[in-house]
Design a protein around this ligand. Sequence first.
Ligand SMILES: Cc1cc2nc3c(=O)[nH]c(=O)nc-3n(C[C@H](O)[C@H](O)[C@H](O)COP(=O)(O)OP(=O)(O)OC[C@H]3O[C@@H](n4cnc5c(N)ncnc54)[C@H](O)[C@@H]3O)c2cc1C
Length: 377
Amino acid sequence: MSGIGFWPANIALAIALEELDFTGARLFLERHSSTKWQPDMMLSGSDIQNHPSRDLVTPRNPRSRYTFTNFLFENDRLFEHLNLGLEFPLRSEFAEYVRWGVGFFARDVAYNQTVTTIQVDPVSNLYCVATQTGNEFFARSLVLAPGRTPVIPQAFSECASDQVFHLTQYLGRLAQLTQQRELKRIAMVGGSQSAIEIMLHLRHSYPQLEIINVQRGYGFRLKDTSQFSEHVYFPSFVDQYYNSSAEAKKNINRHLHYTNYSAADADVISELYVGMYEDKLQGKNRITIKNFSEIQHCTSTVQDYSLTVLDTQGQTAEQLPDLDAVVLATGFRNLETGTQDELFPTILRDLAESLDCDTQGVIRISRDYRVSATGLS
Ligand SMILES: Cc1cc2nc3c(=O)[nH]c(=O)nc-3n(C[C@H](O)[C@H](O)[C@H](O)COP(=O)(O)OP(=O)(O)OC[C@H]3O[C@@H](n4cnc5c(N)ncnc54)[C@H](O)[C@@H]3O)c2cc1C
């Protein structure tokens, strides 16, 4: 068995294989040189957005040694951590937990292995996984966990990635930019938790920087954290969702969108709001929010970028010039048919013709997460 990607999903699988006494050979291929959880969003003070017991193992096996609680215990921090009184742990501590988990499975991972193609070897009928280093790995079964593909809206498709980048590249690109220039003005596109976290980070790190947020909505809205809505994390909900018709799924998505998307937790919303008020008290206007706004174009001048922004209420367009950078908190592609979606994960492109898809061409994933393909076992 081979796994592609070695971050939370496949680390959880590695733990399960060990605990369920899987005796077959296994190897996880990871493109990075080590395992780091969301390294470009490891912002000081940021927390995870879930109960820490929804960790790598507790929902499947609460008695496991790989729980977040046992990580704290083995690292002699249990009482100090409990004493913090935090609803959610710091992201940096959760990342350390994931790294701690990885440490037990070093023998099962090959790092610096970016998978480029997956094909079927006609002789052995095994999957042949080729990586950028020229290596080939053969496996009877594959478990894909390469993460989701960031959405880069059409208006930004021609922009240079050193100045216009998705949040998943935030800290790395920012570090490069600050070596080249003094940052004066940055646009932040989107209305999510990550958008606010980045604005807070920019405001704190660059006291002279002007930050312009462009979002489609009226303003940053609260995540839906109602206990009733959070039934989405119950296995029984997954069954209900899986067994729903396409129309019923759309209805569920509409109702439950704000449990996870286009919304933020109350703590960061409040911190941003109070920060903006504090700026006002000091006679500064460092953060502007352009609401009900759509980006129409993003154009480069000699050194900077300029955005054309449409006010969707008044249908008037405005230019936002002299931007040192544009950060995109524009989400991730879904497995659907929309212009910003993808029909199947890109990593499966060489198997595209044999994948089992629905009538619209979207890959079919069964309730146990299996993908089937004609001619493959
Ligand atoms: C900023 C941010 C904060 C988040 N915070 C939370 C949170 O608080 N709570 C929560 O529940 N979820 C959160 N999420 C969602 C997050 O995506 C998941 O928690 C988790 O990281 C998903 O795990 P994964 O293993 O499926 O994918 P990922 O974590 O995306 O890992 C994919 C792995 O596959 C590797 N890979 C990709 N392509 C290849 C290839 N071709 N060859 C080899 N390796 C490859 C990547 O290098 C990576 O290591 C957050 C997401 C982001 C972006």
